[in-house]
Design a protein around this ligand. Structure first.
Ligand SMILES: [Zn+2]
Length: 282
């Protein structure tokens, strides 16, 4: 964006300089303006395609699957996807538009709505902290969470409800990043209860092997789906860590040194340092 503005600045300056003062003919202005619009358009197009190229996963992940366990996909990358520009696919736009036809998808509104279902419980304080901004940060999706959420959408049957989980690892020499992705760690069962599928045993085995080889566990990401069942009960779609999530993060931190815990609903993502999840709020 900076370069587009810089380029626009140059054009404006040269256009101004070549025109004789006080004898401006509108027809003389037309060509520079058209040239400027033409160049600006192609520069923005080039920037968009650069962004798309930098934010992507290779087509050849390692795939691990055994028995009835969910498959595990692993990519090893030469770039940090957290630093890349992000633009949504049509499939992702469709998901967001459908959610917006059913509810107000503003994350504050969703948290306030869900908080009412936890009134009088110990979870209230966590809702208050996330709502007043003293716990974690919430922002629109970036490249890494966006790509993984879209991959999850591609793997999900239309209208189904499920969750994925992912890990990001990093090592220093050579500097590389590794993404673990398990598409459907949880599914909605026949009683409309979220039930864990059999967790892939590949994950702990591979994690231990990678950490031994010098990789660090930067973050864990999973999604929280919307539950549009009858419209009256808790429709979820919030990005607040549940008690189970906090316990899971604590385990991952103790066993693997997990640094950050992320949750996305496909529209917004929550990010927190793992130590933030263990504070006992008084
Ligand atoms: Zn969760």
């Amino acid at each position: 964006m900076e370069s587009a503005q810089a380029s626009r600045g140059k054009w404006a300056l040269s256009t101004y300089c070549v025109l004789p003062p006080l004898r401006v003919n509108v027809s003389h202005l037309l060509m520079p303006v058209l040239v400027f619009v033409f160049l600006l358009f192609f520069q923005l197009e080039a920037q968009a395609s650069d962004a798309d190229q930098n934010c992507g996963l290779p087509n050849n992940p390692e795939i691990f699957q055994s028995g009835t366990q969910e498959e595990l996909l692993v990519w090893t990358l030469e770039k940090d996807l957290r630093a890349q520009a992000w633009s949504r696919s049509r499939l992702h736009e469709k998901f967001i538009n459908e959610a917006r036809t059913k509810t107000n998808t503003d994350q504050t509104a969703l948290l306030q709505r869900q908080r009412s279902f936890y009134r009088g419980t110990k979870e209230e304080i966590w809702f208050d902290r996330i709502l007043n901004g003293s716990f974690g940060r919430i922002s629109p999706l970036g490249c890494l969470d966006g790509l993984l959420f879209e991959r999850f959408l591609q793997e999900s049957a239309p209208g189904s409800v499920g969750e994925f989980q992912a890990f990001l690892l990093e090592r220093a020499e050579p500097q590389q990043w590794r993404v673990y992705f398990q598409p459907l760690a949880l599914v909605l069962d026949f009683r409309n209860q979220i039930a864990p599928k059999r967790a892939s045993q590949q994950i702990p085995q591979r994690l231990r092997s990678d950490l031994k080889a010098g990789w660090k566990m930067r973050l864990h990401l999973h999604n929280h789906p919307f539950l549009f069942l009858d419209g009256q009960t808790d429709i979820a779609g919030t990005v607040i860590p549940s008690a189970n999530d906090r316990a899971y993060a604590q385990k991952l931190r103790a066993e693997y040194g997990l640094e950050e815990f992320w949750i996305t609903n496909g529209i917004d993502t929550f990010q927190a340092q793992t130590k933030e999840l263990f504070t006992e709020w008084k």
